[in-house]
Design a protein around this ligand. Structure first.
Ligand code: NAD
Ligand code: DAU
Length: 356
């Protein structure tokens, strides 16, 4: 089955078809992006290259299984042989690099794999993209690279100032991508996005974790006093931004992507409880995340003016749809919240009662 798909790819590519290598396509944003591209550009050929870590889930892309213009290849971006294989097999025109270790709390527990995947993996992909004359390499970076800011908004020129192992590894990779442009004129773009929410997000992240716990009548763990701010954007709006950067972004440029939708953590947790119809008594204040960034906020005037992008999905509508999606996909959730997940949950949340 997979062999046939590979041959189809090789034989049937037409001149104006785009062959896109998507790394991390079994994760949250990557899988939503694959669906988005399939709907919008049915003639593009998509290779989903993913290691299937705890966060990678082929159920997220099960709709693509029988699509002849889609292929899944299991591989590790931090393994040179795996990366060489995928380039030799498919010779992609474009690379969109989502794959990463993406959760801050896990980076505190085990930083090494973050450096390996996020930094070394990005460099290997850059090397092979350059060797293979890839027309554009898009790095999915994050607004966390700017670090915490009390007020105002970061522009693409603001200093990089990361404060945790995850964001340090993303900042290093972001810099490597920039350097590949400065040194070799490599055809790159960098997208620095704020917090995403939507369907298929792994329930270690704030919104799906709060929803999952509320559904199961478990405490909602609020770090510190809950007085931290995040800017939330629907994943479909982010997919639209990445699509525009792919087709129209100027080579070598960085684009911030923001939601203009800041919420205090505690207010958002209370709002989710209200939507699900569960009591506030489920809120549980626990010991804070070490080196917890107070607030992220980006200025996204550049993508707004150059590529005419701005968020389209109203948060109150998007979050209600998201809650409904989790309520109606409890099988998907239940498959995740066992085994490895429970071990991680224990490690991160046990013995973490708030200090008096
Ligand atoms: P995710 O954790 O849901 O998915 C990550 C995917 O990458 C998984 O499918 C996993 O199996 C795969 N992966 C991990 N290590 C790999 C490796 N060594 N080789 C190949 N595949 C590997 O992450 P996400 O939330 O979808 O984030 C995607 C990207 O967007 C990341 O680069 C992240 O830094 C960035 N980002 C995320 C957000 C957000 O709010 N989620 C915001 C801004 C930027
Ligand atoms: O800003 C973009 C980044 O957003 C992405 O680059 C990261 O991949 C993504 O994980 C996210 O990082 P955050 O640390 O902002 O997201 P997280 O969902 O882990 O936490 C959001 C806020 O909620 C943060 O202030 C910590 C708090 N929190 C989180 C968890 C998991 C809690 O209070 N309790 C929790 O149990």
């Amino acid at each position: 089955m997979q062999e046939n798909t590979f041959n189809f790819f090789k034989n049937e590519k037409k001149i104006d078809d785009k062959m896109i290598l998507i790394t991390g396509g079994a994760g949250f944003i990557g899988s939503n992006f694959i669906r988005f591209m399939r709907n919008k550009y049915p003639n593009y050929k998509i290779i989903n290259f993913d290691k299937l870590t705890y966060a990678g889930n082929l159920n997220n892309v099960s709709l693509m299984e029988d699509n002849p213009d889609y292929v899944f290849m299991k591989g590790d971006v931090a393994n040179q042989k795996d990366v060489k294989n995928v380039f030799e097999e498919f010779n992609p025109d474009y690379v969109i690099h989502f794959a990463a270790e993406s959760h801050v709390d896990r980076s505190i527990l085990n930083p090494d794999v973050f450096l390996q995947t996020n930094i070394i993996g990005t460099q290997y992909l850059l090397n092979f993209s350059r060797l293979n004359n890839v027309k554009k390499f898009i790095f999915i970076s994050t607004d966390e690279v700017y670090g915490s800011i009390d007020k105002d908004h970061c522009t693409e020129e603001s200093p990089i100032c990361p404060n945790n192992y995850y964001s340090v590894s993303k900042a290093a990779a972001d810099n490597l991508v920039k350097v590949s442009y400065q040194t070799h004129g490599q055809r790159i773009n960098i997208v620095r996005c704020c917090n995403n929410y939507g369907q298929f997000q792994f329930p270690e992240k704030f919104i799906p974790l709060m929803i999952s716990n509320a559904i199961n009548n478990k405490d909602l763990p609020i770090y510190g006093d809950g007085n931290y701010f995040r800017d939330w954007l629907h994943v479909d709006d982010n997919c639209r931004a990445i699509d525009l950067v792919l087709h129209k972004g100027r080579i070598g440029e960085i684009y911030n992507v923001g939601g203009n939708n800041e919420w205090r953590n505690i207010d958002l947790a209370e709002y989710l409880l209200e939507l699900i119809g569960k009591p506030k008594s489920l809120l549980s204040y626990i010991m804070d995340r070490p080196s917890h960034d107070y607030r992220y906020a980006v200025n996204f005037n550049k993508i707004r003016s150059e590529l005419c992008w701005h968020p389209l999905i109203d948060f109150k509508i998007g979050i209600k749809q998201t809650v409904d999606w989790y309520l109606s996909h409890q099988d998907w959730l239940n498959e995740i919240i066992s085994g490895e997940y429970l071990k991680y949950y224990d490690l991160n949340y046990k013995n973490r009662d708030a200090q008096e």
